[in-house]
Write a protein that binds this ligand. Sequence first.
Ligand SMILES: Cc1cc2nc3c(=O)[nH]c(=O)nc-3n(C[C@H](O)[C@H](O)[C@H](O)COP(=O)(O)OP(=O)(O)OC[C@H]3O[C@@H](n4cnc5c(N)ncnc54)[C@H](O)[C@@H]3O)c2cc1C
Ligand code: FES
Length: 275
Amino acid sequence: MIDRTIFTPRLAQIVRKEQFTTKETFYEMRFKDGSDLGHDPGQFVEVSVFGYGEAPISISSSPTRGPNFQLCVRTVGDLTTALASQPVGATVGVRGPFGRGFDLNAMRGHDVLFIAAGLGLVPLRSLIVNVLDERPDFKRVILMYGTKNPSEILFRDELEQWKSRHDVEFYQTVDLADSSWTGNVGVVTTLFKFVALDRLNTVPVIVGPPIMFKFAVKEVLRKGIPEDRILLSLERRMKCGIGKCGHCQINDVYVCQKGPVFSYAELKRLEEAKI
Ligand SMILES: Cc1cc2nc3c(=O)[nH]c(=O)nc-3n(C[C@H](O)[C@H](O)[C@H](O)COP(=O)(O)OP(=O)(O)OC[C@H]3O[C@@H](n4cnc5c(N)ncnc54)[C@H](O)[C@@H]3O)c2cc1C
Ligand code: FES
């Protein structure tokens, strides 16, 4: 029998909205029927603005934080521009959650190394907040975050909170500094020189633009971390989100179903992933 709930958007209301940068807007939403999104960190939803279509967007909030859920969207085209023009109180459609998220249980008892570049912090934040909400279950929590320049930094208030915690090792960098920046300058992988990793016990989680994957994976492999323990979230062109349209296919895999989270060992055998 067809599960119609995966095709039908649930109505959600925008309850909070914040302009993070010139391009990225933060949204907090809640389903009008009071239901829960019921997601795992790393999953995504299909967001529709009626009359404009829909787009896959990562869930940025942790399932530990109640029924409201949060997204952060870069305005690039038709749908994302229409979404940016919606005021607080507006109704949008949301299908999902979809895809395979992060296996949190496999990380418990381990050091977790988060490596986020650019918009990669958006899906990774769902996992970071979940880990911090269950902090005693994990050993070291190490976070590396890089953006092109200081004006592209997302979730600034939250970053300050993470920085000030004694149980989070926080490293940040920008590719190009301006007069406001006093921290490290260079791509996110330049932060590896500040950190000693326990190769037997570290789970690296890498999310960012494809170009960064190659270099970040090289660094963690160089530290001796096994390929099947390195996790990446892969963004591919998606349409339906549910394995019907084929837009997201690489080799014999639909990324919307088998991913977006994969281990490096899995991606290595998928030539078209180009990692
Ligand atoms: C699993 C997944 C999670 C995503 N999470 C987020 C998120 O959290 N925040 C966010 O801002 N964006 C996210 N994206 C990208 C987002 O889906 C696209 O930016 C969106 O579909 C663009 O729609 P549009 O109608 O505004 O733009 P369009 O008019 O369709 O296109 C405008 C421009 O964006 C490019 N583009 C269109 N679709 C994609 C796509 N799927 N991936 C990359 N480039 C695209 C086009 O080539 C074009 O240059 C995610 C994509 C996937 C597959
Ligand atoms: S997005 Fe349609 S099959 Fe994956």
